[in-house]
Every structure is written in C-alpha cells, then in structure tokens.
Design a protein around this ligand. Structure first.
Ligand SMILES: Cc1cc2nc3c(=O)[nH]c(=O)nc-3n(C[C@H](O)[C@H](O)[C@H](O)COP(=O)(O)OP(=O)(O)OC[C@H]3O[C@@H](n4cnc5c(N)ncnc54)[C@H](O)[C@@H]3O)c2cc1C
Length: 366
C-alpha cells in the first residue's frame, strides 16, 4: 500500500511527487496519458526539417511565466532552465472586422512576460529526471475511488486491463471539473460536493492554439513585434514565439472562433490561419516550415462539455468545501485549486506545495 497516490502527472502532480520523493515518502504518480506534463507540451521541428541551432520547441499549451511568480522562477533556476523575455519591440498588427490592417499601433500586450528556453516542456523533462522511474506509471486512467479501511482503493483502466491500487491517501492532481465528470466515488459524494467541483472551470480548456514556424522572424525586420489582434479570425490574438537566439521565427495565435465554428477539417483551419497571417504580417508568412494546431477543447483529459461551451476565459473557483474530504484521504492539487495565480502554472505549483504541507500535518511519513 502506498502512503500517497498522486493522480495526474501535469506539473502540479509532478512537483508534489518531487517534494514527496525528497522526503522519502512511499508514493506513486499515475497519469492516463502516455506522456507526462498534462497541459504542458511543446513540439520539436519535424524530422526532415533542418534543425535550428540550439534545441527549441514550440509550446502547444502554456507559453509564459511572469517575473512576479516566485515558484516557477525558482523551479526553473533549480532545474537549470533559462527564461527569456517575450519579444516586444515594434508595433502590433490590428485587423478590423472588415479585414483592414493597421500596422502602426504601439502596444505590447505581453511585454514583461517570460518564455522558457527550449519550450515549457523542458521543465517537465528536467522534473521527470528527479523522479524515480518505477514510481511513475503512465497509461493509468482512474475510474473509481472506494473508501477502504486504511485508506482508499483506486480502480484504473490500463491498456492491459483493470488494475487496483491501494493507498493511505490519494491526491487528485486533475482539474476538479474533470474529476466530477469522470471519476466515481464509493460511498458517493454529496451532490453539492460534486457540484462544487463541476462549477470550477478548467483554465484555457476550451482554447485552440496554432503555431507557424519560419526560417527567421521576418516581421521584426519590418518593425513588427509579432503581436496581432484580429476581429475576424480565425486567430484572434497572435504573438511572437521565436527562440531567443532567432535561429528560427515563430508566430502563434489563439483561435477566436468558438468550438462550433472550428468544426471544419484541420487542413482547412490551418490554411485559413496561414492566409490570415499572410494578410497581417506579409507574404513571407505564407510559407511556414512547419505548423501545429492543438485544440484543447477536443482533449478529453483536459476539457469537458462545460468548458467547451465557455465563451470567455472564466475565473477559477474555490474548493474549500472539499477540504478534509473522507478525513483527508482525498486531496486536490491542480492549477484550478490554488488561491493565488489560480489556473496558471504558478498556481499548479502553489497547489502542490499546499498539499505537501497538509500531508505533513496529517503525519505522512512520520
Ligand atoms: C492553450 C493553453 C495556454 C496556456 N497558457 C498559459 C500561460 O501562458 N501561462 C500559464 O501560467 N498557464 C497557462 N496555461 C495553463 C497551464 O497550462 C496550467 O495551469 C497547468 O499546466 C496546469 O497543470 P496541472 O498539473 O494543474 O493540470 P494538468 O496539466 O491538466 O494535469 C492534469 C493531468 O491529469 C491527467 N488526468 C486527467 N484525468 C485523469 C484520470 N481520470 N486518471 C489519471 N490521470 C488523469 C491528465 O492526463 C493530465 O496529465 C495554459 C493552458 C492552455 C491549455
């Protein structure tokens, strides 16, 4: 029997695992996916495309951290990962609802934010080297949690069949709305407890992100920062995503179109996004070396139907009603459960630290 079973190997679950490992706790970390990182994932250049100098990857999930976020800045330092400023020199390109383009606007909405060298996945990769491999199991989807005499009994689906894991305590490092939707509890939770979880929106879960990589950041030569705002779309908000050493150029954008409007073949969406980048940033934008499209609304391990319907990025909620659930046998740790920087990577780390401290109070590993 494990002292602590952590469900969800996004950055929150991984950070908690690191803390428990340093303390010598008998823990296990599982995730439904075949990879670590959850919403943090970055893409390398495809095989066959000449590699750039330095190994940069392009973020399909989060891109930014901020200097006022102590935990992620410290973690990056500890892991030997460099953060570099978001490019903010030059003007923003604005496309109005009639398609007219204005390239004279002096605004840099993401100025002051930082990007992660090598992509945010570098954090996940380095963090994973701090965990004992035999304690980390992928391809384990939790279906149910049953109260047991000395803890919990957890049923998981794996590609080899069903598996039961016993633990004294379980930490759900999974967005609460996803827990409410996909995990059964025995005895059943009260309806209001399930409701509380279901009411907490999962940060950015309904978003879709498009990235185009070029041989160089050509827009900079024209005095453009790479920032863009469009009232037509498909991309509504665009930013420079180039590596710091300019060995390549990259633009990324969030789709402004709601999920229903995005229900066209991916190839078509990509063509429309490239056409829009050409209109806004000039003819060189028509020839990317590589593109990627990540629609998080279509990812069942992030988004639920409720997230997909959300039009505006919502505020996260509070789970205090679920503190000490089953006498503290069930705990929650995800970006959405943090009090500060809720929904963000910093929040995910804050949540992990809070649970770690609570586990110590509960006497784990004494
Ligand atoms: C497009 C996009 C852009 C973003 N931009 C930023 C940004 O610029 N800056 C920022 O700070 N934040 C940003 N975020 C938010 C950031 O990604 C999250 O705050 C952070 O990654 C959440 O980490 P987490 O560990 O809490 O959750 P997750 O990363 O979601 O991890 C949860 C894990 O649980 C697993 N799981 C789910 N259900 C089960 C189950 N039943 N059994 C087993 N495992 C399960 C999932 O596979 C997943 O790996 C962005 C997010 C997105 C999607």
């Amino acid at each position: 029997m494990y002292e602590v079973l952590i469900v969800g190997a996004g950055i929150s679950g991984m950070r908690l695992a690191q803390l428990l490992q340093q303390r010598g706790t008998h823990y296990c970390l599982i995730d439904a996916r075949f990879r670590l990182g959850g919403r943090i994932v970055s893409q390398s250049m495809a095989e066959g495309v000449q590699p750039e100098s330095g190994h940069h990857r392009y973020d399909l999930g989060p891109s930014w951290v901020w200097p006022n976020q102590p935990r992620i800045n410290q973690l990056a330092r500890q892991l030997g990962i460099k953060l570099y400023p978001q490019y903010d020199q030059g003007t923003l390109v604005y496309q109005d609802q009639f398609g007219s383009i204005d390239t004279t606007i002096n605004a840099a909405p993401m100025s002051g934010s930082l990007r992660v060298q090598g992509g945010q996945q570098s954090i996940i990769d380095r963090l994973s080297t701090k965990l004992e491999a035999e304690r980390v199991w992928l391809n384990h989807t939790v279906r149910s949690i049953t109260q047991a005499e000395a803890g919990v009994s957890v049923k998981c689906a794996t590609s080899c069949g069903t598996k039961t894991i016993l633990a004294q305590r379980i930490v759900l490092a999974v967005p609460p709305r996803l827990v409410a939707k996909s995990i059964s509890f025995f005895p059943k939770l009260k309806p209001e407890q399930t409701q509380v979880m279901g009411d907490i929106p999962t940060w950015m879960a309904g978003q879709s992100k498009f990235t185009a990589v070029y041989s160089k950041p050509f827009w900079r030569d024209h005095g453009l920062s790479g920032d863009g705002v469009s009232r037509i779309g498909p991309l509504s908000e665009i930013h420079d995503a180039s590596p710091e050493n300019e060995s390549r150029g990259a633009l990324f954008g969030f789709f402004g179109w709601p999920v229903q409007q995005r229900q066209v073949p991916e190839k078509e969406l990509i063509e429309q996004a490239i056409t829009q980048l050409r209109q806004m940033f000039g003819p060189e934008a028509a020839h990317p070396l590589q593109v990627s499209l990540q629609d998080w609304a279509a990812d069942p391990l992030t988004a639920t139907a409720a997230d997909v319907e959300q039009k505006v990025q919502p505020q996260c909620g509070s789970l205090t009603e679920l503190d000490h659930l089953w006498q503290g046998r069930i705990m929650f740790s995800s970006a959405e459960t943090a009090k500060g920087f809720s929904g963000l990577v910093e929040g995910a780390l804050e949540a992990a630290e809070k649970v770690f401290n609570d586990l110590i109070v509960y006497g784990v590993n004494h």
